[in-house]
Design a protein around this ligand. Structure first.
Ligand SMILES: [Zn+2]
Length: 434
């Protein structure tokens, strides 16, 4: 499938933007970095995309007869990816993710920002003195993203920033791991710590739904599960292959009163829950966000993958950092310096050493991911906590052991599958279960 990038014709030129920035600097005497803080935000403008906020029924047949309106702009192709490419051409990235092999040989890419907070606490207060997204340049922000006031999606190419009503924004990740790697930062000026709440998670689902492309996924890492910045954000990127996790077999555990189906991954090295369905998008969103809130309130680190345009969500409690701290991870795994966050757990391995790339195999990936997973016993315990929190009826015995889901697992042959890609240096796509 070819992906075509279409630019938004109405978008401001760089020249216009510079003029506006210059004006802001003259008026407000900014800090010179044209950031998002008070020093520079006065008079700033950014594109604004608003989505139709009515609680759409997820059930497709109910949408028949609902006339499909043309979106005001092609959200994924023009806005997310078109603007991302624009920033690539303007040289805002630390390296070129589409041609990074030489960088790898020079050993320069993917320098880790040193983690500036404790790894054993999932919830920690925001610290304005540490790096956060209000310090990024306005040129790194692609657009503002929020719910529409009326009944349709809208696009305003040159919208003022309402500082009093902290906007959610989509910004580039200056150290991309894939094409179109962006960050969704809910209510950026409110400086929320990395912590899921209902409203922010729903916003992330809306972004996945607006993109409407199964190859554009969002991910979330909690503190203690390899988030590196304690300022609320989701990551997202475009990669046109199915992730191994998306092909893993599942077993149905239960369906909530609101129609959200919850399953357990089977035959995958990391134990996790799968959420789909629900009578409305909000039902699905709340089931997942309430589960996340339960985990973080219990200080259990976790990762979330939002797949299939927001219709399929994976939740992984994990314990790798804890094992690391306890000295329980083997030196060979530690040597790879791979941090198993949401993308790695989903089967998209970001490898740092050339040697690891060359030796990459399903076995090696599986060995790493097995260390990430909770034990079966602990996973059952954690599921118990989650189901209590979301008030889920499981069965009369309180037993989570399992009815057969519709995706009954066959013997799934696990043969290694490398998906060749142009960024081979950066990424191994290892199919863990196919
Ligand atoms: Zn500033």
């Amino acid at each position: 499938m070819m992906l075509r990038i279409k630019r938004v014709p109405t978008l401001v030129s760089n020249h216009q933007r510079e003029e506006e920035e210059e004006k802001a600097r003259r008026n407000g005497g900014g800090c010179g970095r044209n950031c998002l803080n008070k020093c520079c935000i006065q008079g700033a403008r950014l594109p604004l995309y608003t989505f139709k906020s009515v609680n759409k029924n997820v059930n497709e047949k109910d949408l028949i007869g609902d006339e499909k309106k043309e979106p005001p702009v092609a959200f994924l192709d023009s806005l997310v990816l078109g603007e991302w490419e624009d920033r690539m051409q303007r040289g805002l990235f630390r390296y070129d993710v589409t041609a990074c092999e030489t960088k790898l040989n020079e050993g320069r890419h993917l320098k880790k920002r040193p983690t500036e907070f404790r790894v054993d606490k999932v919830l920690q207060p925001f610290d304005a003195n540490k790096f956060n997204f209000t310090k990024v340049g306005q040129e790194e922000v692609l657009f503002q993203f929020g719910a529409s006031d009326d009944d349709e999606a809208n696009f305003f190419p040159y919208a003022p920033i309402d500082v009093g009503d902290s906007p959610s924004v989509v910004a580039i990740n200056v150290s991309p791991i894939e094409y179109g790697h962006v960050l969704l930062i809910p209510r950026i000026l409110d400086c929320l710590p990395q912590r899921i709440d209902r409203e922010s998670f729903l916003l992330a689902l809306h972004m996945a739904a607006e993109a409407g492309n199964p190859y554009f996924r969002l991910g979330y890492n909690s503190l203690g599960a390899f988030a590196t910045i304690n300022h609320l954000h989701f990551q997202a990127y475009y990669l046109a292959v199915p992730f191994p996790i998306e092909k893993a077999p599942t077993r149905r555990i239960t369906t909530t009163d609101e129609g959200v189906k919850i399953s357990e991954l089977s035959n995958y090295p990391v134990r996790g829950l799968v959420f789909e369905g629900g009578n409305t998008l909000i039902n699905l969103s709340n089931a997942v966000s309430d589960s996340c809130i339960c985990l973080q309130d219990n200080n259990i680190p976790y990762n979330v993958l939002i797949s299939d345009s927001g219709k399929l969500i994976f939740l992984f409690p994990q314990c790798y950092a804890e094992k690391q701290a306890l000295g329980e991870v083997s030196p060979e795994l530690l040597d790879t310096q791979v941090n198993p966050a949401v993308w790695e757990i989903s089967g998209h391995m970001v490898l740092k050493r050339k040697q690891d790339y060359e030796e990459a195999s399903e076995e090696n990936a599986w060995r790493l991911l097995a260390e990430v997973s909770l034990s079966e016993e602990r996973f059952q315990e954690v599921m118990g906590l989650i189901f209590e929190a979301i008030a889920c009826k499981i069965d009369a015995n309180g037993n989570t052991a399992l009815g057969m889901g519709e995706k009954a697992e066959g013997e799934s042959g696990t043969h290694p599958m490398m998906v060749p890609g142009k960024q081979e240096c950066l990424a191994l796509r290892s199919a863990l279960a196919s």
